[in-house]
Structure formats: structure tokens, C-alpha cells
Design a protein around this ligand. Sequence first.
Ligand SMILES: Cc1cc2nc3c(=O)[nH]c(=O)nc-3n(C[C@H](O)[C@H](O)[C@H](O)COP(=O)(O)O)c2cc1C
Length: 333
Amino acid sequence: MTIRANNLIIAGNVIDIPLLLAPMAGVTHSAFRRLVADFGGYGALFTEMLSAPAVLRENLAVSPFTRRRTAEGAVFYQLALVDSENIGPVMDKLATLNPYGIDINLGCAAPEIRKRGGGTELFEDRDRLQAVLAAARSRWEGLLTVKCRLGRRVPDWQERFDDRLRIIREAGVDAVTVHPRFAEDKLTRKAQWSLFPGIVAEAGLPVIANGDIVSAHEAKALTGESRCSGCMIGRMAAVKPWIFREISRGPEAVDYREIWNRFYGYVAEDFPPEKRIGRLKQFTAYFACNFFFGHELYRQVQGSKDCATLRDRADRFLAGSPALVKEPSVTGI
Ligand SMILES: Cc1cc2nc3c(=O)[nH]c(=O)nc-3n(C[C@H](O)[C@H](O)[C@H](O)COP(=O)(O)O)c2cc1C
């Protein structure tokens, strides 16, 4: 069985390749999605999480959070909501972009999002969750998905998780991405893939697996024996923006220097000057994992005060054909 043998079907919509790019704040902006699209091999991409005020404030056609190029294909826009206020206008404005789908973030464990009641906190709060999903469903007829973790690490977590799956299904959500870590878990703790067969059996919806997926072997096992409908990859796509092509079609040689410089150009095209350096540093922190002395690239880039210095340092490192690690790892990053 190849990963291409399984389509991902969500509410009758066929996504040819069951591989998705995970939403990542600061990473899956328009310049990065453009780079991933150059390599192809995926079924759909997710934007980073968008707050309701940001959607209402931004010019969505030009904002690098929401801008989309035709080559990207299917793009899901992810919302980080805290309540049902303003959901109507937010959905209506997003609909003008003709999204492939809209996703609601129920899994972000970042303290600033949790403090506001979003992400994993929204997942915990049954009533608020029901209200948000009902409001979203009533205003948006297209594909509606959610992304969640396992909830809090408490003795009756399984019961609570199954209850949330029921709420999600009964609200008319079309698919659920599960990142099987508890709300409190850091990314250093392994995602619990062994839970997927049970989650799939319980969900009654297509389940997309997420967390620590880095190769074709894992993607095949999760969509095969574990019966997940698709796989979502986050950090390893920032390390290897060609990961989807590699999983779909097998390994091919890549030119690291050219890819980094291309990304630099894409960031320069989409971001205003003052916003570029942060995005370049964040991407390069992941990209550096490809190299044996990647910590040197990381150190030089993080210490750069302006984009010209950063580019010069990165290019000099990459021009030296730096030794590659055999298998890059995303553990703990
Ligand atoms: C830098 C960073 C930003 C993230 N931002 C989001 C986000 O905006 N929305 C979301 O649902 N998850 C977010 N996540 C979680 C990822 O989507 C994903 O669940 C997690 O990284 C595990 O998948 P991976 O092992 O393939 O990276 C983020 C993760 C990272 C590392």
C-alpha cells in the first residue's frame, strides 16, 4: 500500500493525497506555504491560527497570514476562537477567500491562548465549545474541521475526550485532527499513536493523525493499520519543506542553499521589512536541523540584527556544502 492509494474524503470532498501541512503560528504563512507548494506531494495546507480580531482587521488578500497562491491548492484557514461573538462576520469575511475549509483550533496549549480561553481551554469548556461550534456551523456551509489534543491529563480523560468527540460530531463538524498529547504535555513527550485505532472507532468522523510524523513509514502505518483518514505534519515540514513529495514519491536530491535563498525571496515579497527577520529566524531554526553543524547556522542566524547580515551568514554556511545528518529529528523543537 502506498500513501497515494488512500484518498482523504471529507464530507464527500476528495483530497487526493492524505497528507496535510499542520497549522503553525509564525511558520505556515504565505511565503512558507508557497515554498511547500513548489515541491507538492500533499493534499492540503493549513494557515497558522487566525484570531477573530485579526480576521476582521486585516486585508485578507494581502496579509501573509491569509494570502493564498493558486499553486497551493486546497488551503484550510484555522481560527483560534474564544467564544461565539463575532463568528458570523468572521466566517463571512473568510468565505470571501473561498477557503477549501475552515478549521477551529481546540488544541493550542500556548499559555497566552489558554489564558484567553482558546485552544485547549475551549476544548475543556463543554458549553462554550458547543456554542462556538454551533455558531460556526450555522454560518459556514463549507468544510468545517477541528484540531484537538486529548484534553487534560486527568484520570477520566478518556470519558471526557469521548464526550468532546460526540459534541464535535453532533455539531456537524466534518473531520477532526487529533494530536494525541495531553494539554499539559510539551512536544518532548511522544505523541500516543497507539490511541488512534480507538479514537477512529469512537469518532464517527474522518480522523487525521498528527504528532511526530516524519516519514512515509509512519504515515503508511497510521493510514493503514491505525485506520486514520490522513496524516498531518508540522515541524518536519519546516525542516524539510519537500517532506510531502518525499513521502508521496520517494527521496530526491535537494539543493539546500537554493531552497533557503528562495524562501528568503518569498519572505521579502510577502512581509513588510520589519516583520521579515523573525520569520527567517524561525524557519532557519527548523531548517538547521538538516545539518550536522546546524547549531552553528542557528547561532549565526539568531544573532543577526538585520536581514542582510542574516542572509549573508546563512548563505555562507550553506555555500560550504555542510554535512547532513542522516535523519533530522524534531524532538523537543
Ligand atoms: C511553532 C509552532 C506553532 C504552532 N502553531 C499552531 C497553530 O497555530 N495551530 C495549531 O492548531 N497548532 C499549532 N501548533 C501545533 C502543530 O500544529 C502540531 O500539532 C504539533 O507541532 C505536532 O505536530 P508535529 O510533530 O508534526 O510538529 C504549533 C506548533 C509549533 C511547533
